[in-house]
Design a protein around this ligand. Structure first.
Ligand SMILES: NC(=O)c1ccc[n+]([C@@H]2O[C@H](COP(=O)([O-])OP(=O)(O)OC[C@H]3O[C@@H](n4cnc5c(N)ncnc54)[C@H](O)[C@@H]3O)[C@@H](O)[C@H]2O)c1
Length: 391
């Protein structure tokens, strides 16, 4: 219940990709950080008893449930962590809030903007703490980018360019997955990976003003997966029967930001050779910076004030103890990985619940992201620019 003491009991829904990443975060947070409460892995929930029991044993959860309603209602759960597909986010969130629990929800916050707004309103009304898992904010190199921009070292921002490119769908025989169904996922590459780019842009340079986009569904039907869940990787089992893909395979858009910067965004699951190419490059009046998830410890920075014959992009390895979160891990130069950002967001959310320390991204940020997602979709429908305040 709201108002925890020296322990905080987590109940988590979903035990596959994100379920594993979050479980790892709960296990590690007390070893590398000093959270204001001991994080207890109280209960994990999934619909298949054998599967969830195996996950509970492997990941180290104290107990398991096969119905999230039962888990959410348990008196010994303080916050609910939702790692199910987007269509389940709203119902579980509203039930958790009604039971007085804090909520940590995976992105995108909801199937659509209206649902997201309902979730934000319910959380604010109940006074529970809420978070959306935009994990990439919590990497040391991304935190450094934010610091450099906030200190004015890039000057006035002119350009923001983001790519989020994967290639797991380029094979037309890759089977159906829940991510390819609008009623389950909300949208395709757009809501799944553009959502991350939109959140990083808001975090780093501020709010969007207007957008115009285009999208494609290159392969419109796919073999039905024999493994019911489907997955992120090609080569899963499939049958000869086909099912319709009802989401975008790729969405790109242009943006104007409120601060006058120009933005370009592209998200694709058809970028052959690109596995998880999440990047941003920012150009300002005094310099530039760029980052690539596949080299996540590094930030490349260029300052125009450098002597011309020495000027160039410098590569900063964000592993010094002065880089946010880095000092909690290993000595300088001993790099961290994908999973660490989840440890950092869990740490910050526990501090927020326990001590009232400032925290973002909350459901507010989830809604702001969803506004941009929907404005892009509306611009595609209309074939023209759409202001964020129109959605
Ligand atoms: N932050 C990130 O970088 C990131 C990365 C991948 C996925 N996600 C998000 O995380 C969420 C889950 O994605 P995933 O990749 O882990 O999916 P997944 O398919 O690997 O796992 C989904 C899990 O949810 C469970 N589930 C589905 N419906 C359920 C229900 N009604 N009750 C209980 N359990 C249910 C499934 O059994 C499974 O364990 C999605 O919202 C996705 O967008 C975020």
């Amino acid at each position: 219940m709201v108002g925890v003491n020296d322990k905080i009991n987590v109940g988590m829904v979903g035990y596959k990709f994100m379920g594993k990443a979050h479980s790892h975060a709960y296990k590690d947070v007390g070893m590398f950080f000093e959270p204001a409460a001991d994080v207890v892995m109280k209960a994990i929930c999934g619909r298949d008893e054998q599967g969830v029991k195996a996950a509970a044993d492997k990941f180290g959860w104290e107990s398991y449930e096969t119905d999230w309603r039962k888990m959410v209602a348990r008196d010994d759960i303080d916050f609910v962590d939702i790692n199910a597909p987007s269509d389940a986010h709203k119902e579980i969130t509203l039930a958790a809030i009604a039971a007085g629990k804090h909520v940590f929800c995976e992105k995108p916050l909801a199937l659509n903007l209206a649902d997201g707004r309902e979730m934000l309103e319910a959380a604010e009304k109940a006074g529970v703490k809420h978070a959306v898992c935009f994990n990439y904010r919590f990497l040391p190199a991304v935190q450094l980018a934010k610091q450099i921009i906030d200190e004015g070292r890039l000057g006035e921002i002119h350009h923001y360019r983001a790519t989020y490119l994967q290639d797991w769908l380029v094979d037309p025989n890759t089977p159906m997955a829940w991510r390819l169904k609008k009623e389950v996922a909300g949208s395709g590459a757009h809501g799944d990976i553009n959502a991350h780019s939109i959140d990083l842009a808001r975090f780093l340079i501020g709010e969007f003003d207007r957008v115009v986009g285009h999208n494609r569904t290159f392969v419109k039907e796919r073999p039905i997966a024999t493994d019911a869940a489907g997955g992120l990787s090609a080569g899963a089992g499939s049958s000869s029967q086909k099912d319709q893909v009802t989401v975008d395979d790729a969405t790109g858009f242009l943006a104007d930001f409120k601060n006058g910067a120009m933005g370009m965004f592209v998200a694709s699951r058809f970028a052959a050779g690109r596995k998880n190419h999440n990047t941003f490059e920012i150009h300002g009046s005094k310099g530039s910076l760029r980052w690539d998830l596949e080299k996540l410890n590094e930030l490349e920075v260029y300052f125009r004030e450098d002597e011309p014959n020495l000027a160039g992009f410098r590569r900063i390895l964000a592993t010094e103890s002065t880089h946010k979160y880095a000092g909690n891990w290993w000595p300088t130069g001993h790099i961290i990985g994908y999973e660490h950002a989840f440890v950092h967001i869990v740490y910050e959310f526990v501090q927020h619940i326990k001590t009232g320390s400032p925290f973002a991204p909350t459901f507010y940020d989830g809604v702001k992201c969803q506004e941009v997602l929907e404005a892009v979709d509306l611009s595609i429908e209309r074939g023209s620019w759409v202001g964020i305040d129109e959605v």
